[in-house]
Design a protein around this ligand. Structure first.
Ligand SMILES: Cc1cc2nc3c(=O)[nH]c(=O)nc-3n(C[C@H](O)[C@H](O)[C@H](O)COP(=O)(O)O)c2cc1C
Length: 358
């Protein structure tokens, strides 16, 4: 089933294997996408759909070194190299909009930008900076109503620029502890002002971003990634997680989004997302459903056959195998990903993973 075509919003996918979003930190020049990145993505155009690495809609969201942005003309021109190269090979590609919020260091941000979060608690742990090595995260400033309105505007503006840059849509990154999930998670969001407190109030910022972006480019071009039960970036478990995500996805369903993408990082040490929650989220959402985390060919086929998802996203396998779908088709062996070059600049460990001979 994984090799069957699928119609996703306005995009006709040639198969059901999605390339998961993968931060690769190769945007070395002012967070601007470049021809090396176009080569990397075009090598992987055999995916049914590529979801790009997390890409910031705002100078304030560039918390990691060398991640790309999508908020100025140079970014649009750089991304156009990427979308043209992928489309020339018949692929489809959406950009993942990731505002890092408090998962950040001031040294990674351009002049005038600042580290923001729903609350003023500093994210535990360290962040890599090119100038000063690993540093404790910078303390965020708690966002005011004006900051929230500005961030919503930035997401909407980036969605519009995504279409100008030739993307088939956007994915809102509401997973893995970045700004959108920082609002969802009560361990991070300690607000009491209508954007925090109850599950509905914690969902509010995400839903406002969803509404603003769908108004800009149409709901059929907006997907969203969620990680209930995630622990990454000091999110962690909380009491009404089931009720909150169900309410969120029920609302997303009424808006007709392009897809909901749920990830389960239990394969890499996070708690398992209960099968019941995944099944109930799928049932609550009337559109296409993507599952991600730890899939291989057999488990992907099984999940599709059993109706748990319409599409399966794979991350590390696409990172190391530019021709992954062809290898799965042939049951060919897979290259092994090399973590030491996941985030290093340059082509090594990026565009030099070999394709099958001939
Ligand atoms: C190098 C690397 C970078 C990643 N960057 C992102 C990212 O930018 N956005 C995101 O949502 N997930 C990111 N992830 C998580 C992956 O999308 C995926 O969920 C995870 O690797 C588990 O899937 P897998 O078992 O198929 O690799 C990253 C993972 C890796 C290994």
């Amino acid at each position: 089933m994984i090799f069957e075509a699928f119609s996703l919003g306005a995009a006709n996918l040639s198969n059901r294997a999605v390339m998961s979003p993968l931060t690769r930190s190769r945007a070395v020049d002012n967070n601007t996408p470049n021809s090396l990145m176009a080569t990397y993505y075009s090598q992987r155009a055999g995916a049914g759909l590529i979801i790009t690495e997390g890409t910031s809609p705002s100078p304030n969201g560039l918390g990691y070194a060398r991640i790309p942005g999508l908020f100025n003309d140079a970014h649009v021109q750089g991304w156009k190299l990427v979308t043209d190269a992928v489309h020339a090979k018949g692929g489809k590609i959406v950009v993942q909009l990731m505002h890092t919020g408090r998962v950040s260091h001031q040294a990674n941000l351009p002049d005038g930008a600042e580290v923001l979060g729903p609350s003023s608690d500093t994210c535990p742990g360290e962040m890599w900076t090119d100038g000063h090595g690993s540093q404790l995260h910078t303390a965020p400033r708690e966002m005011t109503d004006a900051d929230i309105a500005a961030a919503i505007h930035e997401f909407a503006s980036a969605a519009r620029l995504a279409i100008v840059a030739g993307f088939d849509g956007i994915e809102l990154h509401a997973a893995n502890g970045y700004l959108l999930e920082q609002f969802l998670n009560p361990n991070v969001n300690r607000r009491t002002d209508g954007y925090g407190g109850t599950p509905e109030e914690r969902n509010r910022f995400v839903l406002e971003v969803v509404r603003a972006t769908t108004k800009e480019i149409g709901a059929e071009r907006v997907g969203i990634r969620l990680s209930p039960y995630g622990v990454f970036n000091a999110t962690g478990p909380f009491a009404d997680v089931y009720e909150q995500y169900m309410a969120l996805v029920q609302e997303l369903s009424t808006l007709g989004l392009m897809y909901v993408h749920v990830l389960d990082h239990s394969a890499i040490g996070a708690p398992q997302v209960p099968a019941k929650l995944k099944a109930d989220l799928r049932a609550a959402f009337s559109g296409p459903f993507i599952l991600a985390g730890g899939f291989d060919k057999d488990s992907a086929q099984q999940a599709l056959n059993e109706g748990h998802a319409d599409l399966i996203a794979m991350g590390r396998a696409f990172l190391a195998n530019p021709d992954l779908v062809e290898r799965l088709r042939q049951n060919a062996p897979l290259n092994t990903p090399d973590p030491s070059t996941f985030y290093t600049p340059g082509p090594q460990g990026y565009t030099d993973y070999p394709a099958l001979a001939g």
